[in-house]
Design a binder for this molecule. Structure first.
Ligand SMILES: NC(=O)c1ccc[n+]([C@@H]2O[C@H](COP(=O)([O-])OP(=O)(O)OC[C@H]3O[C@@H](n4cnc5c(N)ncnc54)[C@H](OP(=O)(O)O)[C@@H]3O)[C@@H](O)[C@H]2O)c1
Length: 246
């Protein structure tokens, strides 16, 4: 590919964005659609957005994931070029107050679910001839904060899971990378943002001094999903206003 060609042209590419109905996933889905990709969203509920296609999927339930990929395979002739996994849930609780059920729910949605979708997606990615897997991770994969033990432990696991996919799938021409956002303005952080003192305290640890807005996650996603990133695999790109640099 010539260096002068437009960097992001997804014409003909089929992309599934798991958890793409709201927040960061919706911003990524919108950017992929704007650059020519056919995008399908997979989530439990149908949300209004740029992508018209939707498949019901509960990432923590392997039977639901298997049926969703069977349906996607029927719709797209067994081919998928891009898989972005943005589904995730947060839990803000002290370790001693966390129940086994709560721990298990975070584990299923954030880590086991990534395994379920990767396993079902690989035949479709292989059939497409080239493939991109992008996992949305978090700064908390590498840094700790009080009240986030279950979430952070899962995100750390996801880092190593994504690297392992990169190594296993290299032989198939499929890259696997992740993006680690710092705090962004989405529903997940609404509680913090609406409390001015809590918002200010969080901003003090971010060199750029503010939360990101969802559109600011899109370029890293476009890069990792594009053919331009063909020699990039097994990496994690922080998009965190400098949080991880401190
Ligand atoms: N916002 C931040 O500051 C921030 C920072 C670091 C990392 N992240 C990560 O970024 C990702 C997206 O977060 P967000 O802030 O955009 O939150 P969000 O708006 O709540 O998006 C999460 C999406 O995941 C879907 N989802 C949740 N559980 C699911 C399940 N069991 N099966 C299928 N889909 C499920 C939800 O759709 P349904 O409810 O319809 O299923 C929702 O659209 C998460 O992985 C989060 O950990 C966010």
């Amino acid at each position: 590919m010539s260096a002068a060609a437009p960097a992001f042209d997804f014409a003909g590419a089929r992309a599934l964005v798991v958890g793409g109905g709201t927040g960061l996933g919706a911003a990524m889905a919108e950017a992929l659609v704007a650059h020519g990709a056919s995008v399908c969203i997979a989530s439990r509920a149908r949300h209004a957005g740029a992508a018209h296609d939707w498949i019901p999927l509960d990432i923590g339930d392997q039977h639901s994931v298997i049926s969703a990929f069977d349906e996607l395979s029927r719709r797209w002739d067994g081919m998928l070029h891009i898989l972005v996994n943005c589904a995730g849930v947060n839990l803000r609780k002290r370790v001693e107050e966390t129940t086994a059920e709560e721990w298990e729910k975070v584990l299923r949605s954030n880590l086991t679910g990534a395994f379920f979708i990767a396993r079902q997606a690989v035949p479709l990615l292989r059939k497409a001839g080239w493939g991109r897997f992008v996992q949305v991770n978090s700064v908390l994969a590498r840094t700790a904060m009080p009240l986030r033990a279950s979430y952070a432990a899962n995100k750390a696991g996801l880092l190593q899971f994504t690297r392992s996919l990169a190594v296993e799938w290299a032989a198939y021409g499929i890259t696997a990378n992740s993006i680690s956002p710092g705090p962004f303005l989405t529903d997940v952080t609404r509680g913090i943002v609406s409390d001015e003192a809590a918002y200010r305290r969080m901003c003090e640890r971010i060199p750029l001094g503010r939360f990101g807005s969802p559109a600011e996650i899109a370029t890293a996603c476009l890069f990792l999903c594009s053919k331009r990133s063909s020699y990039v695999t097994g990496v994690d790109i922080p998009v965190d206003g400098g949080w991880s640099a401190v």
